[in-house]
Ligand binder design. Structure first.
Ligand SMILES: Cc1cc2nc3c(=O)[nH]c(=O)nc-3n(C[C@H](O)[C@H](O)[C@H](O)COP(=O)(O)OP(=O)(O)OC[C@H]3O[C@@H](n4cnc5c(N)ncnc54)[C@H](O)[C@@H]3O)c2cc1C
Length: 210
């Protein structure tokens, strides 16, 4: 893919990486601003976990806010507390992720054999289970698995119709864009006019609050 690309279209970015000791020491919150995702724990591409970890962050942050809500509102002075809880809850998970990335990075970049030997030992001792990330548990132990399943069912139920509409609209637009036969386009246009004439409807979609 790289070989066939126009050189002008390539942009080379430096790989960024936050070391485990920086994850341990970082405050990650200032006032009512906290960071999530790569801004908090950029881990390089070696593990394929950065994006997933960002989603975990969002879940934990949302939960910490929810714990500090009162009558559907986050109380102002509790915002900082909620963010501190979030950083505390995430820190050790991220230290482990960062450590694993660090070790894999040392192996990938062909370090001296002794370094690689030690890395391999550490990988075998601490990270031998390559599917461990898929089982990482980001809910408090008090929540049972059955609650997680129920929550996910509710989520799917709540999202389904919104997504059916989105998908239908994409389908119709797709048929129009790819120059389908005139009858298909005619029907699509009618359907678009009847169901999707309001082009700003998406901006008013309300997914509710936490
Ligand atoms: C080569 C490679 C492969 C990867 N493979 C995987 C994988 O397989 N699985 C996985 O889970 N993760 C993978 N990752 C990691 C994953 O891509 C990142 O961890 C994830 O994208 C981080 O999401 P984010 O929202 O925190 O940051 P980003 O995705 O970087 O989003 C930040 C956004 O903010 C924008 N932005 C920056 N500055 C400003 C500004 N001043 N104003 C407005 N907008 C701004 C940026 O343009 C960007 O769109 C990979 C990373 C790389 C580099």
């Amino acid at each position: 893919m790289v070989k066939n690309s126009d050189l002008e279209s390539l942009s080379i970015a430096r790989l960024r990486y936050l070391a485990p000791w920086d994850v341990l020491r970082g405050s990650f919150r200032k006032g009512i601003v906290a960071v999530v995702g790569d801004a908090m724990h950029v881990v390089g591409p070696f593990l394929g976990q950065g994006g997933s970890a960002a989603i975990e962050d969002a879940i934990v942050l949302a939960r910490c806010f929810a714990r500090n809500m009162h009558g559907g509102q986050v109380i102002e002075h509790k915002v900082g507390e909620a963010m501190d809880e979030y950083v505390k809850e995430r820190r050790m998970r991220l230290v482990w992720l960062s450590t694993q990335t660090y070790l894999v990075g040392l192996l990938v970049k062909k370090s001296p054999w002794l370094v690689r030997f030690v890395c391999n030992i550490l990988m075998m001792v601490f990270f031998s289970d390559s599917s461990a990330h898929t089982r990482w548990w980001y809910l408090p132990k008090t929540h049972g698995h059955h609650l997680l399943g129920e929550a996910m069912d509710e989520y799917v139920k709540e999202r389904r119709m919104r997504l059916v509409w989105l998908s239908t609209q994409t389908y119709l637009v797709g048929l129009l864009v790819k120059k389908s036969p005139w009858l298909v386009r005619f029907v699509c246009n009618i359907l678009m006019m009847v169901f999707f004439s309001d082009s700003s409807a998406h901006t008013r979609y309300d997914c509710g609050c936490l």
